[in-house]
Every structure is written in structure tokens, then in C-alpha cells.
Design a protein around this ligand. Structure first.
Ligand code: SF4
Length: 410
């Protein structure tokens, strides 16, 4: 038999048994499948996690979590039971080794980060900023980012049913934490959404709208339907994508009768108009795909060279259309395949990217198409020489690394 670096195995979909956790031992299937029950029982702090886990987790974990919340966390804690239940699915709560299995779990690592997960030397990159993709600078009207010629991102609300530690919209999304304040929209929601629609009615070059936030699952369905329906009334809008991680984190939401019938109405309207409507999501770990998720249906950064290596390694296992394409989300440029980089200094971890179009917000910038836009790798993953360079210089232009930016985010 030929030895392969990756062995494909089909895994049966199974919902882990939530009753294994002491706090949910009496929760019935009907309660578990209720979106309302899930939302009401989200875990928001260490005390609530203890109520679910009982003595299954050792005290060191709670102390680690509490320290992170005091000193590092950029996202407030909000984990639906559905997601907690997919953590350490193969370990028995209370058994020897459960705490270590929970520590090692990939879903736990990004949804319930603890202090010892973070690096002490470079908890964040010197150039890290709260709005890491500079989306707010590219707002055509409040909440509407226009950074591609034909596509826009509509941030319709600043909340989600779950908060991920790696959120690239940590500047806007969620509640303030001990170390991070959050941007507040200035316009009331109806005015903000109205301004977005007016902008799109007057922007015939835009055809694709990502309706996001936050997560559209937190917008009351009638408001979301009204907005999307108004988008579909605009002749130039041909693609509408609804962004929701809740498809995985809270599939119960998307299985509700009123939401399903609302989606059916929107699908019928888009079909009638010859436009496309889609839900897009992200799922960070295969174990998050459970039968409920299937029924309803997408420290954390890499270096560019590692992403290029991963892309190389996954080629050839799946049909082309099903092969993931790894992209780098470059500030001011947008998503680029990882091999599209113009120049790359892998030792310093700085890659340079170009763009092939202007958007409305940079229409008057004569250098927009000639400029190279930098992207920075995590410093702790660089070769030792590169790390030394950053320690000595701080910034490539020789300026000192600003202290507040260092702690901005992981
Ligand atoms: S669901 Fe998306 S927007 Fe919400 S916290 Fe997670 S990454 Fe951020």
C-alpha cells in the first residue's frame, strides 16, 4: 500500500451527547433543538461554564480563563450550548485527562481562549490595529464597506449569537471587554440601512452584496427580510450573500419555521428576478459539523509561507471545485490567493500585494493601482533572525513600536 501524507476517512455525523455535562443532564431533545433555549443558555463567563461543567474541569482552567478575560480578551464571551457540546467530544467529563483534552480542543481554543494560549513575547503584531482590515475607513456610508469594484459588504448589525476570539471585526462586534472598547454606530439602524440602500440604488457598478455584521441570525427575521427584499428590488444587484456563522454555531435558528419560510420567499423572489441568493458561513473545525448543522446547511493566524504550503498539500485530493482555495485578506486590497503575492520577505514576514481596481473611496488616489500593500506574518512564527530584527527595530521604518498597538489583538 502506498503511504500518503493524509489518509481520508469518512466520519459518521453524530450529535455529541449534551447530557454528558452535569449542567445539561436533564435537558431534553426538544429544549436542545429550540433556538430560544440555546440563546438563553449561552455561556458568557467562567461562572456559567462552571455551572455546565460541574467539577469536570480543574480549577486551573477557570483561573486561566478569568486572567485572559481581565488582561487579554478582545472579544466578550458568548458560546451557544451547541458549540460547547462540540468541544472535546471524545473525552468523558470528569475522567482523568478531561481538562487536558478540553485545553487541546480546537473549538475551545478559538471560542474560549485562555491566558496561557497567548504568546507572552508577541501577544500581538506591532502593526495590529483594532479594525485589522480597515473596513470602517472604506465605508461609503456608515456600515457599508466598498473595497471591490463590484462587491460591497453591508454590516447590518454589530452582534452575533456567538463570539469568536479571532474575529477580524473585533473593533465593531460584541460587547466591550476589559481591554477593548467597541466602535458604536452613530446612525439608528433604520437610517443606516436606508442610507445603504440609497447608495446602492445610485451605484450601478455594484452587483454583489454580502449582508453581514455581526451575524444576520441576530437581526429579527422581518427586518432582515425587508432589507434583503429591498436589495433584490435594485436592478443592478444580482448576488446577495447572507453571512452567518450561526449555521454552525446555532443551527436551531436556521431551522425555525418562520426563518425557513422567509428564506423560501426570498429565494422565490431572487429566482423570479434572475438574481442569486446564498447563505455563506465558516466552520473552523470538522467536529463542529453535526447532524443539526447538516440539517440547517463556514495564536490563529499563519505565516504566508505556511498558507502556501497548506495550499500545496491539499491540491489533488478533491475535485477542483471542492478544493479549498486559501486566501490572504490584505488590508485595503481584499482577498488574494496566497500565491498571488507580488513580493515576500519570509524572514521578516512581510508580504507585498497589489490591486487591479479602484473603488469609490479611492477614486482620486493616483497611487491606488501602483502601490504595494503590506501584510504582516505573526512574528513568533518567523525564523529566529527575523524575530531578532523585529525585537531590535520594532518597525521597518525604524520607528518605535507603539505600546498600545502591541496589545491590540492576537
Ligand atoms: S461570527 Fe463572525 S463576526 Fe461574529 S464574532 Fe465570529 S468571526 Fe466575528
Amino acid at each position: 500500500m502506498i503511504e500518503q501524507p493524509y489518509i481520508y476517512r469518512r466520519v459518521e455525523l453524530a450529535e455529541p451527547d449534551w447530557q454528558r455535562f452535569p449542567g445539561w443532564a436533564d435537558v431534553s431533545p426538544a429544549e436542545w433543538q429550540s433556538a430560544q433555549w440555546q440563546r438563553a443558555h449561552c455561556v458568557k463567563n467562567s461562572r456559567q461554564l462552571r455551572n455546565v461543567m460541574g467539577d469536570a474541569l480543574e480549577d486551573r482552567f477557570y483561573a486561566d480563563l478569568e486572567r485572559d478575560q481581565r488582561e487579554r480578551a478582545t472579544m466578550s464571551m458568548l458560546v451557544p450550548p451547541q458549540m460547547v457540546n462540540t468541544m472535546a467530544p471524545g473525552a468523558t467529563p470528569g475522567s482523568a485527562g478531561f481538562t487536558d483534552a478540553f485545553y487541546a480542543d480546537p473549538v475551545r481554543r478559538y471560542m474560549i481562549p485562555v491566558f496561557t494560549d497567548r504568546r507572552e513575547d508577541w501577544p500581538s503584531h506591532p502593526y495590529a490595529q483594532r479594525d485589522s482590515l480597515h473596513e470602517a475607513e472604506m465605508w461609503a456610508v456608515e456600515g457599508l464597506t466598498h473595497r471591490y469594484p463590484t462587491k460591497v459588504l453591508a454590516e447590518v448589525l454589530p452582534t452575533c449569537p456567538q463570539y469568536c476570539g479571532h474575529c477580524t471585526r473585533m473593533d465593531l462586534v460584541g460587547n466591550p471587554t476589559a481591554v477593548t472598547d467597541k466602535h458604536k454606530f452613530t446612525l439608528a439602524r433604520p437610517d443606516r440601512l436606508g442610507a445603504m440602500l440609497d447608495y446602492l440604488r445610485n451605484s450601478p457598478s455594484v452587483r454583489d452584496v454580502v449582508v453581514s455584521g455581526g451575524d444576520v441570525a441576530n437581526l429579527p427575521w422581518p427586518r432582515l427580510e425587508e432589507f434583503v427584499s429591498a436589495l433584490l428590488d435594485i436592478d443592478n444587484i444580482r448576488d446577495v450573500r447572507l453571512a452567518t456563522k450561526a449555521l454552525m454555531g446555532l443551527p436551531q435558528h436556521w431551522l425555525q419555521d418562520d426563518v425557513r419560510s422567509g428564506m423560501e420567499r426570498l429565494a422565490a423572489k431572487s429566482r423570479e428576478r434572475g438574481a442569486s441568493i446564498a447563505i455563506h458561513t465558516h466552520v473552523n473545525a470538522a467536529q463542529s459539523i453535526t447532524p443539526l448543522v447538516a440539517r440547517a446547511s463556514e495564536h490563529w493566524r499563519l505565516t504566508l509561507s505556511e498558507a502556501q504550503f497548506l495550499q500545496h498539500q491539499i491540491m489533488g485530493y478533491l475535485p477542483g471545485f471542492a478544493t479549498p482555495r486559501i486566501v490572504c485578506d490584505v488590508p485595503y486590497v481584499g482577498k488574494r490567493w496566497v500565491d498571488q503575492v507580488a513580493r515576500y520577505d519570509a524572514e521578516l514576514g512581510i508580504s507585498y500585494w497589489t490591486k487591479n481596481y479602484r473603488t469609490a473611496v479611492e477614486a482620486a488616489d493616483p497611487l491606488a493601482l501602483g502601490r504595494e500593500y503590506p501584510y504582516y506574518d505573526p512574528i513568533y512564527m518567523l525564523p529566529e533572525q527575523g524575530q531578532q530584527w523585529w525585537r531590535a527595530r520594532g518597525r521597518p521604518d525604524g520607528q518605535q513600536v507603539p505600546g498600545e498597538a502591541v496589545s491590540a489583538r492576537v
